[in-house]
Design a protein around this ligand. Structure first.
Ligand SMILES: [Zn+2]
Length: 308
């Protein structure tokens, strides 16, 4: 395992089309530009997302939203660089508590062992050194994000184990066990949010995560509880990767997710130049490592791997 001939490879594991760009568009573009192999896995097609553009928000488009979002994803990845992509093949589960949570085709209802096996197969085929996904709360408590993180963590633990999913290791298309070296969780950028909020309000945009002017006590409690649950799952920032040269590419990729990301959403209302000032890095928690010694903090997901 880990032959020197294996090209350095990054794999990101995401829940829906658009998450890859929002959360890791900068690092995917940066590492692709360095000639590192970048592979993106998307667990669901995002069938039950909202459509944020009123002109496109039609029953016909909702009926084929999964298809539309597959196209959007392909276009977005093309903006970020040469990036390989796999679908895990599940149905979007919708937000926490939504009826779509109960759909038997949904990722939320999927058998975890089976779902992990699909990802283990992709890991063994693509042989990534670095695996990136969400924390145990899925970043923001969306059921599909929680599931994506669970299977990514399980695949990190088990893809190198010859006793796990042994059927993948036999037969004419047999794969070999492969143990990725580092597992990172994406960190939501809470401490820089005040500056972001101020910039949005200057443009007349109310930050969607902030207190609303007409918020009731009950809504405030629910919002604060949500923020506290998110904060509890978030690890320390161990790794900040400077993506300032790739914010234009990220912005262009965000725009390709046209049904999902409105022009006046925080992501697009802030220009690449403003992002460069507020948040020039994408940040991560190194959660698991098979690299020794690890020196923290890091500024590179491949720290400790390039010299091998
Ligand atoms: Zn998502």
């Amino acid at each position: 395992m880990g032959a020197m001939s294996d090209p350095l490879t990054l794999m990101t594991v995401h829940a829906h089309p658009d998450d890859e760009t929002i959360a890791t568009g900068g690092v995917m573009a940066k590492y692709a530009a360095q000639g590192i192999r970048v592979v993106c896995v998307t667990c669901t097609y995002g069938e039950v997302g909202e459509i944020v553009v009123p002109a496109l928000d039609t029953p016909a488009n909702h009926a084929r939203l999964g298809e539309i979002r597959q196209l959007e994803l392909a276009r977005a990845l093309a903006r970020l660089g040469p990036i390989e992509h796999h679908w895990l093949g599940y149905r979007d589960s919708g937000m926490e508590g939504a009826p779509d949570n109960d759909d038997p085709r949904s990722f939320w209802q999927a058998d975890l062992e089976e779902a992990t096996g699909r990802l283990v197969g992709i890991v063994r085929r693509e042989r990534p050194h670095v695996l990136v996904s969400y924390n145990d709360a899925g970043g923001y408590l969306h059921p599909d994000h929680i599931r994506a993180a669970q299977i990514a963590k399980a695949a990190f633990a088990r893809a190198g184990d010859p006793l796990a999913y042994g059927e993948q290791l036999r037969g004419p298309r047999a794969l070999e066990p492969w143990a990725p070296r580092k597992f990172y969780e994406i960190v939501l950028d809470i401490e820089r949010r005040e500056e972001l909020n101020a910039l949005l309000r200057e443009q007349g945009i109310e930050p969607p995560w902030g207190p609303r002017a007409d918020e009731t006590d009950e809504q405030r409690r629910a919002r604060e509880e949500w923020l506290a649950r998110m904060a509890a799952a978030q690890g320390p920032v161990t790794t900040r990767v400077d993506v300032s040269d790739f914010l234009e590419a990220k912005h262009a990729a965000l725009r390709e997710h046209a049904t999902q990301i409105a022009q006046d959403s925080p992501f697009l209302a802030i220009t690449p130049a403003q992002w460069r000032r507020i948040a020039p890095t994408e940040d991560f928690t190194l959660r698991e490592s098979r690299v020794a010694p690890v020196r923290l903090p890091e500024d590179d997901l491949f720290a400790g791997l390039r010299e091998q």
